[in-house]
Design a protein around this ligand. Structure first.
Ligand code: PLP
Length: 387
């Protein structure tokens, strides 16, 4: 006997292609992987030093469930300074990764049968999180023509009397789209009018190019109805460290903290100390990484657009391009499989991010420039042969 609810969860379709890529690599095939969801840089020195020091100082015990006061305070100050949102330190919870913060927020905000609006293409874990919470995920499709930026109008047409929550992700994984201030302001007005709470996943906040990052929680009347989620994985290249956070009104943080206390207890003690160093230290490391990502973004977009039948927008943020390959092959799973078999190139089929992603392929440029150039040249060859 196993749980019916968990049995409904589907493993991510990306796993299929990743497993295949790994198997080919193990056989000695030279595979270029555009699947990476993490920066390929080392964690900055001063952050590692803070962790070593904390371990050396014996900071190795359980911490309070919602995090150490020092880090909660540093996050509260960051949100005030960078995002213009005034959360007290007890309105902040430190979590083992932003993913855990998102999961706890969904669990804290919905009841069975509630509907959750999710702009699509969407990050792969939002729908399973809703399923675990017995809520109904309602994808709201966006298109390449609108730059994959969801509008208040798109959202309004999907609202019913059961709509409770909206999960926003700007900059977006997989599309790199950034919603501008005006667009967010209209979405904020809609949420207030329709009494909808927002989970704002801002994990790619720092990896942004010519656009401005705006937090929806900073609009008048939104602080009370927003859970702002962020973390250290992407900005400081700390994916394996597992450190993230959420900020929200006390009542919501209390529920999330209870769930955390009864499940994972707390984020790792000495990693939290390193988090303080990340937020309080120099931010030059973040600027350096983003500058390199920009160089790669410009190159990969240029190269992809030279392939016949492929169209790629210039994304404003994150480290992914979401390229339209429908002019080559509309079945994204099929094409991803072909690219792996025939070119030794692993990409993520767009359908993994919902039906709105069908026909597209997601390529991460969190790999070196040489690999980008070699990988795209291989794709180009296969595509020309197909045509
Ligand atoms: C959109 C989005 N949100 C959240 C996360 C989770 O990040 P973390 O490593 O902090 O759990 C990811 C990681 O890939 C992501 O792409």
């Amino acid at each position: 006997m196993v749980s019916e609810r968990l049995s409904q969860l589907r493993p991510s379709p990306t796993l299929e292609i990743t497993a295949k890529a790994k198997a080919l690599k193990a056989q000695g095939v030279d595979v270029i992987g555009f699947g990476a969801g993490e920066p390929d840089f080392d964690t900055p020195r001063h952050i590692k030093d803070a962790l070593y020091q904390a371990v050396e100082d014996g900071f190795i015990y359980y911490t309070p469930s919602p995090g150490i006061p020092e880090l909660r305070q540093a996050i509260s100050e960051k949100l005030k300074h960078d995002n213009g949102i005034d959360y007290a330190s007890d309105e902040v919870i430190v979590t083992p990764g932003a993913k855990q913060a998102l999961f706890e927020a969904v669990m804290a905000l919905v009841n069975p049968g509630d509907e959750v609006l999710i702009p699509a293409p969407y990050w792969v874990s939002y729908v399973p999180m809703c399923q675990i919470a017995s809520a109904r995920a309602v994808p709201v499709a966006t298109s390449k023509e609108q730059g994959f930026r969801v509008s208040a109008e798109d959202l309004a047409s999907s609202i019913t009397e059961r709509t409770r929550l909206l999960i926003l992700n700007s900059p977006s994984n997989p599309t790199g789209a950034v919603i501008d201030r005006k667009g967010l302001s209209e979405i904020a007005d809609l949420c207030i009018k329709e009494d909808i709470t927002v989970i704002s996943d801002e994990i790619y906040e720092q990896i942004i190019y010519d656009a401005e990052h705006v937090s929806i929680g900073s609009f008048p009347g939104m602080r009370e109805r927003t859970v702002t989620v962020n973390g250290f994985s992407k900005a400081y290249s700390m994916t394996g460290w597992r450190l993230g956070y959420a900020a929200a009104p006390r009542g919501i943080i209390k529920l999330m903290s209870n769930l955390q206390g009864h499940s994972v207890s707390n984020a790792t003690s000495f990693v939290q100390k390193a988090g303080v160093a990340a937020l309080r230290g120099s931010q030059d490391c973040v600027a350096g990484m983003t500058a390199e990502f920009r160089r790669r973004r410009d190159r990969i977009v240029e190269l992809l657009n030279e392939i016949p039948g492929v169209e790629c927008l210039v994304p404003d943020g994150a480290f992914y391009v979401f390229a339209d390959f429908s002019g080559v092959e509309a079945d994204s799973m099929k094409l991803a499989g072909m690219l792996l078999d025939e070119a030794g190139v692993a990409v993520v089929p767009g359908v993994a991010f919902g039906d709105a992603g069908e026909g597209f392929q997601r390529l991460s440029y969190a790999i070196g420039m040489e690999k980008i150039e070699e990988g795209i040249a291989r794709i180009d060859k296969v595509v020309r042969r197909m045509r």
